[in-house]
Design a protein around this ligand. Structure first.
Ligand code: HDE
Length: 707
């Protein structure tokens, strides 16, 4: 069979090509198992540098005799292997990261003396780690979950760790409840499941007993919790922080990251299937984009406000279950972060990166948010536990890029050789000057906030309203998004075995919105319970457009992916036109065929595929096209994975392109007579162009899915 490649260029995705090239760099040419004298690759050595005679056979007495304990090469290798794992993070275990740079737009010296914001155009290196919260290290990327968005800025006055999430509020108000929250969402201790999901009794038991979590559960049940890509989600510092200027004057500040590619999420049924088809969907997406040179960007914005605003605001700015609506305090863009380098080693960088909220440079300080205050002593403990030594700040990914000067000495895994006779301060041996060294106001001076009141365990009354902002979130969503929220609550509560938990949660939600609660109760076929008593009366809020993903959707296909299922007899021109059009629009194209070897085109040539359709369901793509020839259509119709490819794309409201004889496949996919105006022909040049233009638009949200 002819397996010649077409000359009309195989429309490979850029990302695939770039990551494959990176792979090749490391592969070398050797395939020989044994170390051979004279080959180019360096001889293997032990960790102590001794050349190893033979890395494939252990030392044994006699060819078929016992292995000898004196084989220190074997012992060292296995010893290292046995110790290769460190404790995974207790939360945010599964994550992925990359290096980047932050560029500041203009001097913010009127607000803060932080050097990262000092001058226009100032560049600061960054490292970002995105994560899910509840799942273990080996869980899947598309769990319904909050995403961590942690950024380390290597500023020239020390590291600034902005350890945020993709949702601007949190479940709890006080750090003392954090272990309870996390224990409730993690796998249940008597059975070890379910992992990486909140859809079980213990989570909803806790949430329903802690009304302060209601607002966050609305965000969590929204499509925010199933993002299409790390590159397409927002990030938030969540807490109120302080900016301090050179004179020490304070302004409150909240931090926002906005993705340049726009926000986008997948639908739940799609998320479930992505987890099976590609559990690494988000990490692969980030890796592929960066290695292809499509560097993702986020704009950093700040909401700044003073004490007067804080005093007048309907909610407490120290309460992390509340936002400050952008209509009240607009987000001021201050700079752009670009992620431009993947890691060289996942363990060394992504696993060993140690974020700590207490890492703030001069000019940035904390508010009294009780959640933030609690975090500030938690993160140091966790790093010692995970990384095993107080010297974790010396690991390359954690080490400040600015000079460090202190007299902390020794400890496990001390990697720097600290010279000098004195390891104390003041001393007369280091530096030109003797005696204590103080930088004074140039150093990190905490805001001198007055403290008053008596010591007691208390939650401020100003934190009591748990429902008004939840309601604001709900009324700010489009109809489609409201449907998704209802479906998500119905799904999650439906996974709770204990009826009382479902009832209690719906009783709480009646305080948010009657329609929301009624729709959920209907979905669960449950009698509507009485509303639970609310701790504070509802405050009236206005819808905020900023809270909706769809209301802010960006008209673009940039960073998105088209999957083209190619059947035998397709014309090369139809496929390559789509590829060129999509690439011009900033997207990528993957070619899919029944077998990975490819499809035979109308001119007899073979178009090699990126994937066999059984391994590339349409959930992996933002939109799909089927391009086939006169005979290819029925062959595709006979292939179950090809049928699912089309059915799922349709059910997930995706834009679909069709060229050639696709009738048999459409019928086999159960879509006879159902195709709508988002199912477009792509056979001719004009059709291909119109299709590519349509890709920039939204999914076909009003598609009818009834039988
Ligand atoms: Fe965290 N959190 N957290 N957290 N958190 C951790 O630190 C903790 C909270 C967040 O990619 C841990 O290094 C407490 C809010 C992110 O490495 C741990 C409290 C927000 C990451 C920890 C909170 C976050 C973490 C686990 C309540 C959003 C991942 C491993 C007081 C603003 C960082 C680690 C990474 C990680 C404690 C609440 C975000 C155990 C005690 C609120 C993005 O120290």
């Amino acid at each position: 069979m002819a397996t010649k490649k077409t000359t009309t260029a195989k429309p490979r995705a850029k990302a695939t090509t770039a990551s494959a090239a990176k792979d090749r760099e490391h592969l070398g040419t050797g395939g020989e198992l044994h170390q051979l004298a004279g080959v180019d690759s360096p001889a293997l050595t032990t960790a102590h540098g001794h050349p190893v005679e033979d890395d494939n056979n252990s030392l044994r007495a006699g060819d078929r005799g016992p292995t000898l304990l004196s084989d220190h090469v074997l012992r060292e290798k296995i010893f290292h292997f046995d110790h290769e794992r460190i404790p995974e993070r207790v939360v945010h275990a599964r994550g992925y990261g990359a290096h980047g740079v932050f560029e500041n737009y203009e001097s913010l010296s009127d607000l803060t003396r932080a050097s990262v914001f000092a001058t226009a155009g100032k560049k600061t290196e960054t490292f970002v780690r995105f994560s899910t919260v509840a799942g273990n290290l080996g869980s899947f990327d598309l769990a319904r979950d909050v995403r961590g968005f942690a950024t380390k800025f290597y500023t020239d006055e020390g590291n600034w760790d902005l350890v945020g999430n993709n949702i601007p509020v949190f479940f709890i108000q006080d750090a003392v409840k954090f272990p309870d929250l996390v224990h409730s969402v993690k796998e249940e201790p008597d059975r070890g499941f379910p992992q990486a999901q909140s859809a079980h009794d213990t989570f909803w038991d806790f949430a329903s007993l802690m009304p302060e979590s209601t607002h966050m559960t609305l965000w969590q049940m929204s499509d925010r919790a199933i993002p299409r890509s790390f590159r397409m989600m927002q990030g938030f510092g969540v807490h109120t922080f302080r900016f301090l200027d050179a004179a020490g004057a304070s302004t409150f500040v909240k931090f926002h990251w906005t993705p340049v590619l726009g926000m986008q999420s997948v639908v739940w049924n799609e998320a479930v299937k992505i987890n099976g088809a590609d559990p690494d969907f988000h990490r692969r997406d980030l890796f592929d984009a960066i290695t292809a040179g499509d560097f993702p960007q986020w704009e950093l914005g700040v909401q700044v406000f003073d004490d007067a605003f804080a005093d007048e605001f309907d909610f407490d700015v120290l309460d992390a279950t509340k936002i400050i609506p952008e209509e009240l305090v607009p987000v001021r863009p201050v700079g752009m972060m670009t992620l431009n380098r993947v890691v060289d080693n996942v363990f060394a960088e992504i696993e060993q990166v140690a974020f700590m909220t207490q890492n703030v440079p001069p000019g940035i300080d904390f508010s009294n948010d009780p959640l933030l205050q609690g975090r500030n002593f938690s993160y140091l403990d966790t790093q010692l536990k995970r990384l095993g030594s107080t010297n974790f700040s010396q690991l390359p990914v954690n080490a400040p890029r600015c000079p460090v000067a202190h007299f902390q000495r020794d400890g496990h895994m001390q990697t720097s050789t600290q010279p000098g006779r004195a390891a104390y301060e003041p001393n007369s041996f280091t530096g030109a000057d003797r005696g204590p060294r103080e930088v004074g106001p140039e150093g990190h001076v905490p805001f001198p906030a007055p403290v008053e009141g008596v010591t007691r365990r208390v939650r401020s009354e100003s934190f009591a309203d748990h429902y008004s902002q939840a309601r604001q979130f709900w009324i700010s969503q489009t109809d489609v998004e409201q449907d998704h929220i209802v479906d998500a609550y119905v799904f999650e509560l439906g996974k709770c075995d204990v009826l009382a938990i479902r009832q209690r949660m719906v009783a709480n939600l009646r305080n948010v919105d009657e329609t929301l609660a009624t729709r959920i109760a209907d979905g669960l076929r449950m009698r509507l319970p009485d509303p639970s008593p609310a701790a504070a009366p509802l405050v009236e809020t206005e819808p905020s457009a900023a809270l909706s993903i769809l209301a802010n959707a960006k008209e673009t296909f940039e960073g998105r992916k088209l999957g083209v299922l190619v059947g035998d007899g397709a014309t090369a021109a139809a496929v390559s036109r789509l590829t060129k059009g999509v690439e011009k629009a900033g997207g990528t194209v993957d070619v899919i065929a029944v077998a990975v070897g490819g499809a035979t085109l109308s001119d007899g040539s073979t178009l090699e595929a990126d994937h066999a359709v059984a391994g590339a369901p349409s959930v992996l793509f933002d939109a799909v096209a089927v391009v086939t020839g006169p005979d290819g259509g029925s062959a595709l119709a006979d292939e179950p994975a090809a049928r699912d490819f089309l059915t799922d794309a349709f059910t997930h409201f995706k834009v679909i392109g069709l060229a050639g004889d696709t009738d048999a496949l459409v019928a086999a996919a159960g879509l006879d007579g159902k195709l709508d105006d988002a199912c477009l022909p792509v056979g001719t040049a004009a059709e291909g162009k119109a299709f590519v233009a349509r890709l920039a638009g939204p999914r076909k949200w009003d598609r009818s899915l009834t039988a």
